[in-house]
Write a protein that binds this ligand. Sequence first.
Ligand code: GDP
Length: 302
Amino acid sequence: NDKYQMGLHKSKQSFDNLKKLLDESHDINDDLFDAIEDLLISADIGVETVLHFTNELRKEVEHQKFSQPSEISSIIVDKLFEIYLKDEFVDTTLKYVEGDVNVYLFVGVNGVGKTTTIGKLAKQYKDQGKKVLMVAGDTFRAGAIEQLREWSLRAKVDFFSKEAQTDPSSVIFEALNKAKNENYDLVLIDTAGRLQNKINLMNELSKMKRVIEKVIPEGANETLLVIDATTGQNGMNQAQVFNEATDLSGIVLTKLDGTAKGGIVLAIRHLYNLPIKYVGLGEKIDDLVPFDIEDYIYNLFK
Ligand code: GDP
């Protein structure tokens, strides 16, 4: 996907510079490791993850008794894979049980692309013949409800909402009962992204989850944090707050079609053990693709 590669361009530039640096260096020394760290930090990988990475790199260099900087590039790809995979099989697909009502809750701060992502995903499941219900759990702003309604029209799926200011959990309760009674396959729930008060956020999210558990104990659930790739390290702070506030199952990284650097993918996986499930590549309904770690890492080095 061209846009995918465009979005990773910035990271790739840093990695091109990394190769250049290795080619031009004569010794493996602290200056070289410092320069490597600077380059990776500029790719949005984040200080903590970068330090972990260069630590691993130093150990490997010693272990393999490398003396030429050019030899390091061969192990950099391996080390990045290790950080992302953590010796596990990382499943990027969303949990889905055929015949049950599956419920995906979308969380994240305002403007990151929750509504848009729900619209895009609704269309994909609709195209597979699934019966999809979009739920306006962001009752804080009337505009948010309208916006989700418009996406439901574009995706040609059903839509459920109540008046603005209704308690989100009661909206979800009614919506899930409807989904159960009318045999929906998938319920996509939008939520308000207010971070001002962490305790409130925590309480609100756990209340919503209790409702989901209660009404539909058997279906597959996902709680997806949507992050805007263009916000760089700000996205890391959001990952931290939401990860502490609730049990997340994965990340959707949006706006990777612009000048965003993709390094945050590695940092989020390393620090919070959260896999990236989908990547947003534009404002249109088809601009959402599953995250592919191999594409991602090899693109960094192409
Ligand atoms: P929400 O407040 O989290 O629901 O965010 P919205 O879904 O309303 O999106 C906020 C803005 O980001 C809108 O203008 C969207 O068109 C835009 N947007 C969402 N996803 C993407 C993406 O992957 N790429 C680009 N370029 N824009 C996006």
